[in-house]
Write a protein that binds this ligand. Structure first.
Ligand SMILES: [Fe+2]
Length: 241
């Protein structure tokens, strides 16, 4: 059984809390976890969790890149923390348990703050995906969703235009995947186009999905506490002075 989870934003402890809850629920150990981008690959936060606090994940964690990662140091950090995390590069097909996953991290351009250099999905990423034969892929993993599947915008973010990255329909047409998982929009979503099912996941602290050996998927709502992030901590310190 695989646990699929959305944006973590460096709240790494949430992954372990959801693993524990899921294993209690299903009464068995999970095979692995897949994070759908925005894990929060930032040097300081990784150093704090894995170094200073001696943290580790309870199960093997795979992840795709999102748009909120430290892209200037990404390859270095992926290598440095490879014993804790396994990155699924854009346009690669990876077998996890009995399933073959096509991974495509990144997102459509939003603005300079939310789309740092290196985060944007490019034509060469799409080409790398399309280089695989359609029969090689069971499921697709993306951070952003393909444009045009009906995902509503996050409230207040309407000025970014319609959600989704361009050329997603080429991937849908080529692979006709059984299921396609994405995050980024911080909300649950599901729809079916042809024989392909699309599932959006909210932030990791609101729930996760379970994918079994037969390819059956179940969305599980389960809220866990989110720790104070550096910005909240900074604001609290300023106002407590
Ligand atoms: Fe994102």
């Amino acid at each position: 059984m695989l646990l699929i989870i959305g944006d973590v934003h460096s709240q790494y402890q949430v992954i372990n809390e959801q693993i524990s809850f899921a294993e209690e629920k299903i009464g068995q150990a999970l095979d692995a976890v897949i994070v759908l981008g925005d894990l929060g690959i930032y040097e300081q936060q990784l150093k704090k969790f894995f170094g200073k606090e001696g943290g580790h994940f309870l199960r093997k964690v795979y992840f795709i890149d999102g748009n909120h990662e430290e892209f200037s140091q990404f390859d270095h950090l992926v290598e440095k923390y490879q014993h804790h995390l396994t990155h699924l590069p854009r346009g690669h097909v990876t077998q996890i348990c009995s399933h073959r996953f096509l991974s495509l991290g990144g997102a459509r351009y939003m603005d300079a703050l939310n789309s740092p250099s290196g985060s944007e999905i490019k034509d060469c990423d799409i080409a790398r995906c399309l280089a695989h034969k359609s029969g090689e892929v069971d499921f697709v993993l993306t951070h952003d969703c393909p444009a045009g599947i009906g995902v509503p915008n996050a409230p207040g973010l309407e000025f970014y235009g319609n959600p989704g990255f361009e050329r997603g329909e080429e991937l849908i047409e080529h692979f006709k995947p059984q299921k396609w998982f994405f995050a980024h929009y911080h909300r649950w979503f599901d729809c079916k186009i042809g024989k392909s099912e699309f599932y959006g996941l909210p932030e990791s602290w609101k729930g996760f999905g379970l994918l079994d050996e037969q390819g059956n998927y179940e969305a599980v709502e389960h809220a866990v506490a989110k720790h104070e992030d550096w910005l909240q901590s900074f604001i609290r310190k300023i106002f407590s002075l």
